[in-house]
Design a protein around this ligand. Sequence first.
Ligand SMILES: [Zn+2]
Length: 71
Amino acid sequence: MPLYDFSCAKCGTSFENNVSFRAYLAEITCPKGHRAVRRIFSTPQVVFKSSGCTAPTSAEAENLQPNRKYN
Ligand SMILES: [Zn+2]
């Protein structure tokens, strides 16, 4: 069961809850008992990693080689 991050709009407490996909926010309470919780959608870090670590295509690699000579 995956853990989801939640933030309480009343007290600002951040907490995790392994709710099922059928659960609704109204059924979730923060550790202090508030019901005004918001789901925190954390951006998958894979997006950032893939943008910076993708291997260049053969065409891009050829374009990079002349630049390396100048360096
Ligand atoms: Zn709270």
